[in-house]
Ligand binder design. Structure first.
Ligand code: KG4
Ligand code: ZN
Length: 346
C-alpha cells in the first residue's frame, strides 16, 4: 500500500496532505489559505503569494507528518501540483518536492492541478466511474472534459471569457462584498429571491459546450449600479441578497444545462465535478437534482476538497505512481498547463 505526500502551492493556498492508497484515506492534511491577505487587493498578488508559500511550506509539511505519526522515510512518493498555476507559486512547491524526493530517494510525481480537482471526489470514497464528463469550476477554470481515467482527459468545452469563480468574485465586488466573493454570494443567496433580477443565461442555446459569464457580469453591474455601471450601490440588505440569488441562479442554470448537453453529446452517464465553485450550495443542489432527474451518476467531492487542497494532489499522485508515471528531478512547473487553460476545445 503506497503512502503519498501531496503538496499544493499553485495559487494562494499552501497545503500538504498524506494519503494511503487503501481507500484513498487521508492520514493528515493541512491547508493554509492566504485569501484574507488578499482581501484588500481584491485578488491574488503573485509575488506575495510565492513569498508566503516559502514561509509556510516547511511548517505545513512537518505538521502533516506529525499528525499522521509518520517519519519521512515511511512515505512512498512525493506528489506536487506542477501545472497550471502562478509560476512563482508553483516553483515553491515543485522545488520543495524535488528536494524531499532527492533527499529521501523517493519517486517524484508532477501532478496536473486540474486533473487533481477531478480526482478529489475519490478521496475516502468509491473509485470514480470512467468514462465520465468532468466539470472543473474554479477561480481560473470553467471547463468540460471527456475523462477516460484519472489524468486521462480531453478538453471538450468551457468558458470563452471569465471562469465561474472569477465571475462570482467580480459580482461580489460589485455588491460591496469581500474577497473571495463566492462564499459571500452563496450565503446571501440563501436569503434572496432568485427571480428578483432578470439576468442573462449566455450561450444557453448555442448547441455547443461553450460558456460565457462576461455578459452576465455586465448585466449585474448595470442592474445594481445604473446604465453606465458607475452609480452608487443603492440596494438595501434584502436587495443585495436578491441580486446574489439572481446571479447565482443564472450561473447554476447555465452550468447544469451545459453539463447535461455534454453528457448527451458524448453519450455518457457519469459526471465528476471539482473546483472551488463546487462548494456552492446552489450548484451542489442543482447538480444533485439534475443528475437524479436524468439518472446520471454524480460524483462531488466534500466541500473541503473542492477548493485548492493537497489531498487531491496526493490522491491523483497515488494513481500516477501505480501507473509508473513519475518524473525526474528536472521536472519544471508549467504555468499554462499541459494543454493550456484556454486551449481550444477538441
Ligand atoms: O479551486 P479554487 O480554490 O482555486 C482555483 O484553482 O481557482 O477556487 C477558488 C474560487 C474562487 O473564485 C471562489 O470565489 C470560488 O472558488 N468559491 C465559491 C465558493 N467557494 C469558493 N464560489 C461560489 N460559491 C462558493 N461557496
Ligand atoms: Zn484549483
Amino acid at each position: 500500500m503506497h503512502i503519498v505526500l501531496g503538496i499544493e502551492s499553485s495559487c494562494d493556498e499552501t497545503a500538504a496532505a498524506i494519503l494511503t492508497e487503501d481507500g484513498r484515506r487521508v492520514l493528515a492534511e493541512q491547508v493554509f489559505s492566504q485569501a484574507a491577505d488578499f482581501a484588500a487587493w481584491g485578488g491574488v498578488v503573485p509575488e506575495l503569494a510565492a513569498r508566503a508559500h516559502v514561509q509556510h511550506l516547511p511548517g505545513i509539511i512537518a505538521a502533516v507528518l506529525q499528525q499522521a505519526g509518520l517519519k519521512p522515510q515511511q512515505l512512498n512518493g512525493i506528489a506536487v501540483s506542477a501545472w497550471p498555476g502562478l509560476m512563482g507559486s508553483l516553483l515553491c512547491g515543485v522545488t520543495c518536492a524535488k528536494m524531499l524526493a532527492a533527499r529521501l530517494d523517493l519517486p517524484l510525481i508532477g501532478v496536473d492541478h486540474i486533473a487533481a480537482h477531478l480526482s478529489a471526489a475519490a478521496i475516502e470514497s468509491q473509485p470514480l466511474p470512467y468514462p465520465a464528463i468532468g466539470l472543473v469550476v474554479s477561480g481560473g477554470h470553467s471547463h468540460f472534459y471527456h475523462l477516460d481515467g484519472p489524468a486521462s482527459m480531453r478538453l471538450i468545452g468551457g468558458t470563452i471569457d471569465d471562469a465561474a469563480g472569477e465571475a462570482f468574485d467580480k459580482a461580489a465586488a460589485m455588491l460591496g462584498l469581500g474577497y473571495p466573493g463566492g462564499p459571500h454570494i452563496d450565503t446571501l443567496a440563501a436569503q434572496g429571491n432568485a427571480k428578483a433580477f432578470a439576468l442573462p443565461r449566455s450561450l444557453l442555446h448555442s448547441g455547443d459546450l461553450r460558456l460565457s459569464f462576461a455578459g452576465l457580469k455586465t448585466a449585474l453591474l448595470y442592474a445594481v449600479r445604473g446604465p453606465c455601471g458607475k452609480e452608487e450601490l443603492k440596494l438595501d440588505k434584502q436587495g443585495i441578497c436578491d441580486a446574489a440569488a439572481s446571479f447565482q441562479a443564472a450561473v447554476v442554470e447555465v452550468l447544469c444545462r451545459k453539463l447535461l448537453a455534454a453528457c448527451r453529446q458524448h453519450g455518457l452517464r457519469s459526471v465528476i465535478v471539482g473546483g472551488g465553485v463546487a462548494c456552492n450550495s446552489g450548484l451542489r443542489r442543482g447538480l444533485q437534482d439534475l443528475c437524479q432527474e436524468h439518472h446520471l451518476d454524480l460524483r462531488l467531492p466534500r466541500p473541503q476538497h473542492c477548493a485548492d487542497n493537497a489531498a487531491m494532489i496526493a490522491c491523483l499522485g497515488i494513481d500516477l505512481l501505480a501507473a509508473g508515471q513519475c518524473h525526474n528531478l528536472d521536472l519544471s512547473p508549467l504555468p499554462t498547463g499541459a494543454a493550456g487553460p484556454r486551449a481550444t476545445p477538441a
